[in-house]
Design a protein. Structure first.
Length: 389
């Protein structure tokens, strides 16, 4: 049995300019911008281009502040401790600069981390002599086991721990609240990589005692690319180091992180338009739809691949992304993942993601309000033959 997919949300597919000939199952990588949000951003660009001086000097930073406050409220973050940044990768670099780990210091990560974050931490190893310590966390690990795996790698030289709230590589949700509490007792800073959290999880920062949290608004919160929120605990705000020193350097946090010269501020200002989509349907209704549809897609695709449904990876609560292991030999190494993803796109007209984790290949599917059961059924009908070919 494959179960029954959720009913589509009325008019949701028509909100997006996505190619209707393609089944878009990779929302987790880049998101998708609703048409009303694109239009709101275009109006902002038009306003800027009509009079750049007035746009920038009249009320730009008051408008950025209102948009930031709206994003913080949506995420359950502290408005006074929040700043807009371009993306979670930028936020990670800002945190690494503030922590300023040096020779012999340690940064602890898990083996579920995002590749760009892994590269940023490895850059600290190469340039500053920082030791990178990896905590292995099993797929489907219970909360207590995940906490223990992280704490087991924390030592007297640990200067930062980085844990994904929801992993891009494995779609697994991690118990960041419990990890944050345990690390706080040890006096060890935690950066929560919440790249997928805004719009996927309900108020993902509420009650979180992490020193740093960063989440993309352009993935699941319907903002344009270039919009993310960084929350910084009070003890760290004066220690933040802007990656670009500009006119607001004397103003301190958050302005000196946000005012980075002449850049396009329209993604930040359009964030409230993305949040309007949640007002239209209700956050709970969107979340229920996406979770149920992702589970349906995993079941039908797993059945097509001959997988035991009881062994399929469970990402944890409230996660509308799912993994399915690919047959041995379908992908030989990391380089092969892009080639297989391209074949699926060209030959089947489907856009999933193909992941490489612990020397195994997985297909990762996402579910968003523009998706339907037919998208996953198309992939299920074509993928087995493509893998045999």
């Amino acid at each position: 049995m494959t179960g029954v997919p959720p009913a589509p949300l009325d008019g949701a597919r028509e909100l997006f300019a996505l190619d209707p000939a393609v089944a878009h199952l990779n929302h987790g990588s880049f998101g998708a911008v609703p048409v009303p949000v694109r239009e709101a951003r275009q109006r902002l660009i038009d306003e800027h281009d009509a009079n750049p001086t007035r746009f920038v000097t009249a009320s730009l930073w008051e408008r950025v502040g209102r948009a930031r406050d709206a994003a913080a409220a949506f995420c359950g973050a502290d408005p006074a401790g929040s700043a807009f940044v371009a993306n979670a990768t930028t936020g990670t670099s800002l945190v690494l600069a503030a922590v300023a780990a040096g020779e012999g210091d340690e940064i602890v990560v898990t083996d579920h981390g995002y590749h760009a974050v892994e590269l940023a931490v490895d850059d600290q190893r190469r340039r500053r002599g920082v030791r990178v310590v990896t905590a292995p966390v099993e797929l489907g690990a219970p909360e207590a086991d995940t906490v223990a795996a992280v704490l087991d790698r924390v030592g007297p030289r640990t200067r930062l721990v980085i844990v994904d709230q929801v992993s891009s590589a494995t779609a697994q949700r991690h118990p960041v609240h419990a990890i944050a509490g345990a690390l706080r007792e040890r006096g060890v800073p935690l950066l929560v990589d919440g790249a997928h959290a805004p719009g996927m999880l309900d108020r993902p920062v509420a009650g979180l005692v992490a020193d740093f949290w960063v989440g993309n608004l352009h993935k699941w919160a319907f903002a344009p690319p270039g919009a993310a929120l960084l929350q910084v605990a009070p003890d760290w705000r004066d220690r933040m180091v802007p990656l670009v020193v500009s006119h607001s350097q004397p103003d301190g946090f958050p302005l000196f992180l946000e005012q980075q010269g002449t850049v396009d501020h329209s993604p930040w200002l359009a964030v409230p338009a993305g949040l309007d989509v949640f007002d239209r349907y209700g956050f709970a209704a969107i979340q229920r739809h996406n979770i149920a549809l992702a589970a349906y897609g995993q079941r039908v695709l797993g059945q097509a691949l001959g997988l035991d449904p009881d062994t399929l990876p469970d990402p944890g609560p409230e996660v509308p992304m799912r993994l399915l292991p690919l047959p041995a030999g379908a992908v030989r190494d990391l380089a092969d993942t892009a080639a297989l993803r391209t074949r699926i796109s060209v030959e089947l007209g489907v856009e999933p993601n193909v992941m490489w984790w612990r020397d195994c290949a997985f297909i990762r599917i996402s579910a968003q309000i523009y998706n339907s059961a037919a998208d996953y059924e198309r992939l299920a009908a074509g993928l087995p033959g493509l893998l045999r070919g």
